[in-house]
Design a protein around this ligand. Structure first.
Ligand code: GLY
Length: 407
């Protein structure tokens, strides 16, 4: 056994962040055991009546204590997260019953790879589910599904604009070819497909999308618009605006989180320094304005801070991204980013954010779409997905492994 692994096993699971302020500690094994308990509770809830593997846990409202499930349809953008949670749980527990459950839920999404793309969320849907399924099983059928999904997603690319169209249904309403920041997350599936037997053009599409987004989708202070609108014929940038944030000029927390995660992935895949520098800039814009507990308000410019709802989902996304990004940075900056990620996970793992005995989700206090009055201060499945992903990355690091190397 390597020394780093012995040290990792003995002390690595108790990780300390001591850059600034009070010493923060997270016990990663304890946090993962908690996730295991909550997954078992969710499965018991889903099995209480006869289980329908096409119905995916989506959210638990603040005044409820059991999951509201939604059917895995093309317009249910969150349907891949619960299968993804199960795959991470399987990675950590190696429990074959969990693997079987993960496969059953994952298969409910397969038909989406065989029909035209409803919108850009195909990447979220298929890579959180099938991407993890293939990573952990190497089942060639799962790979075929991902490759087909990547080809379908790429049909949304407009070469004149240089980005994928996010919401085909909203072209008229928004005034043109619209691209939302969230779409950065879908590039990972295109990069993966290009590296794993798919069309090499998928790599070029992903890079072009990242370049165009970097050029138009950010303000001079490196905060992002939620939506960028382009002229589909000329490719001209028309305007930046919000959809789920407080205002067109505000920093919507999850939008900035998608940017941090997205540009980290783009650097991983391209090794192009422009993208690393940019990932750091958008990260610093976010870290500079965080509240003391490192969990953002739903929008950094919400007028009612400090009474505004938080968004634990943004904290989970950023924690996971920073555990990857830190390894690409020079030592001092890398250690700041890792410390920040540990602080985020420490807060999320405290009683302030854990769902605990109250409900079977991992986390409370996420905000989905506040302007629409939807999923405010709720448990939301993507917060749980990125939380268990971040914990799994931290555990791998504690064992002396790469944050992305499967356990
Ligand atoms: N992708 C939609 C959201 O982040 O709420």
């Amino acid at each position: 056994m390597r020394l780093s692994r012995i040290l990792g096993l003995s002390i690595g699971l108790l990780l300390a962040s001591c850059a600034t302020g009070p010493k923060e500690v997270i016990d990663v094994d304890n946090a993962l055991s908690y996730c295991n308990r909550q997954v078992q509770r969710t499965l018991a809830e889903l099995h209480a009546d006869s289980i329908d593997y096409t119905m995916m846990p989506r959210n638990i409202a603040a005044d409820k204590n059991s999951w509201h499930c939604r059917k895995a349809t093309p317009d249910e953008w969150c349907a891949g997260f619960w299968p993804g949670v199960l795959w991470y749980e399987y990675e950590n527990s190696r429990d074959e019953i969990i693997r079987e459950e993960a496969e059953r839920f994952t298969k409910s999404l397969e038909y989406l790879s065989q029909q035209p793309a409803f919108d850009h969320d195909l990447g979220f849907l298929m890579f959180c589910s099938y991407g993890n399924a293939y990573r952990l099983t190497q089942n060639p059928h799962f790979k075929d599904v991902i490759l087909a999904s990547a080809d379908t997603l790429a049909t949304l690319f407009n070469p004149t604009v240089g980005t994928m169209l996010s919401w085909p249904r909203n072209v008229e309403m928004l005034g043109g070819h619209n691209t939302i920041m969230d779409n950065m997350i879908n590039l990972e599936m295109l990069f993966w497909a290009a590296r794993n037997g798919g069309d090499k053009r998928l790599y070029d599409i992903a890079v072009k999308h990242a370049e165009t987004t970097m050029k138009h989708h950010f303000r001079p202070d490196n905060t992002c618009y939620h939506v960028a609108v382009y002229d589909a014929e000329s490719g001209d940038f028309i305007k930046g605006m919000t959809h789920q944030g407080y205002s067109d000029s505000s920093m919507w927390a999850r939008g900035q989180a998608w940017a941090i995660y997205g540009y980290t992935v783009v650097y991983r895949e391209t090794h192009d320094r422009r993208f690393l520098d940019f990932a750091c800039k958008v990260t610093d814009a976010y870290l500079d304005r965080l509240p003391d507990d490192y969990v953002p308000y739903w929008d950094f410019d919400a007028p009612d801070i400090p009474s505004a709802p938080r968004d634990a989902s943004a904290a989970s996304v950023v924690a996971s991204a920073l555990l990857e990004l830190q390894a690409y940075c020079p030592a001092e900056r890398g250690s700041q980013y890792k410390d920040a990620a540990v602080k985020m996970l420490t807060s999320l793992s405290s009683d302030n954010y854990r769902s605990g005995d109250k409900r079977p989700s991992f986390l409370d206090h996420s905000t989905g779409h506040l302007p629409a009055g939807s999923e405010i201060d709720a448990s939301i499945i993507y917060a749980d997905y990125y939380y268990i992903e971040a914990l799994t990355r931290l555990k791998r690091l504690s064992l002396g492994n790469d944050a992305l190397a499967s356990l």
